[in-house]
Design a protein around this ligand. Structure first.
Ligand code: 13P
Length: 251
């Protein structure tokens, strides 16, 4: 299957820095992309991305993604950004349930499932993040934790579950420089694939991507695993050369 390399810029960027990064990406991208490419950027910069992409042919194939989405369709929810608002900017993806949102904003499995539902309702592909903490891994709970997190999304979304992208992001590997080994990651991806297969006949089509200190040096070995269908890249997505190397490793 075509792999997906998605950058998660997190709360980084500025008008000036974004333009430099996107222009550097545009000039380094091959004419025919070897994989699907997306950048999940802070919402205030969607219009900037749209304008640059419209004026820069090499960026036309780079999809826009959001880092979060409201669980509600509209109304009195101060500070939230709805699925239809994202759609106005031709957002193709929205990350939901990133561990930083679960950890710092108290997002529950049920809320994450509702967010995925909002995205799917307007045709945005939710990138659903699951992953265990270091304490959970050391307690032997990895499988139980990721299965619980995915089960909530399956339960709320029924047969539409085949339309999601699933991201396995072990919390202990995020921003730490400590990557799951290709074998460790593959083991969890296989568990998730089996869980999807019990819910949909199309589980083999669902992209299950890995995130957590993926970089130019380790991307190829991770992406060579049978159930690793791409990457969700934090730090390395902020450096054009690194992001471009990961993209070329996904061919
Ligand atoms: P890093 O690549 O910086 O570890 O971040 C991973 C991540 O959280 C992507 O969503």
């Amino acid at each position: 299957m075509t792999k997906l390399i998605a950058g998660n810029w997190k709360m980084n960027g500025s008008l000036t820095a974004n333009e430099a990064l996107l222009r550097a990406l545009a000039s380094g991208l091959p004419q025919a992309l070897p994989c699907d490419v997306a950048v999940c950027i802070p919402a205030p910069y969607f219009a900037q991305f749209q304008a640059l992409a419209a004026a820069t042919p090499a960026l036309a194939a780079v999809a826009l993604g959001a880092q979060d989405i409201s669980s509600q369709p509209a109304g009195a929810f101060t500070g939230e950004v709805s699925a239809t608002m994202l759609k106005d900017f031709a957002c193709r993806y929205a990350i939901v349930g990133h561990s930083e949102r679960r950890q710092y904003h108290g997002e529950t499995d049920a809320l994450v499932a509702a967010k995925a539902q909002q995205a799917l309702a307007v045709g945005i592909t939710p990138i659903v993040c699951v992953g265990e903490t270091l304490a959970e891994r050391e307690a032997g709970q990895t499988t139980e934790v990721v299965k619980r997190q995915l089960a909530a999304v399956i339960q709320a979304n029924g047969h539409c579950i085949s339309e999601i992208v699933l991201a396995y992001e072990p919390v202990w590997a995020i921003g730490t420089g400590k990557t799951a080994s290709p074998e460790e990651a593959q083991t969890v991806h296989a568990v998730l694939r089996a869980q999807l297969a019990a819910a949909t006949a199309h589980a083999s089509r669902v992209k299950i991507i890995y995130g957590g200190s993926m970089n130019a040096a380790n991307a190829a070995s991770l992406l060579a695993q049978p159930d690793i269908d791409g990457g969700l890249i934090g730090g390395a997505a902020l450096k054009a050369a690194d992001f471009l190397s990961i993209i070329s490793a996904a061919s």
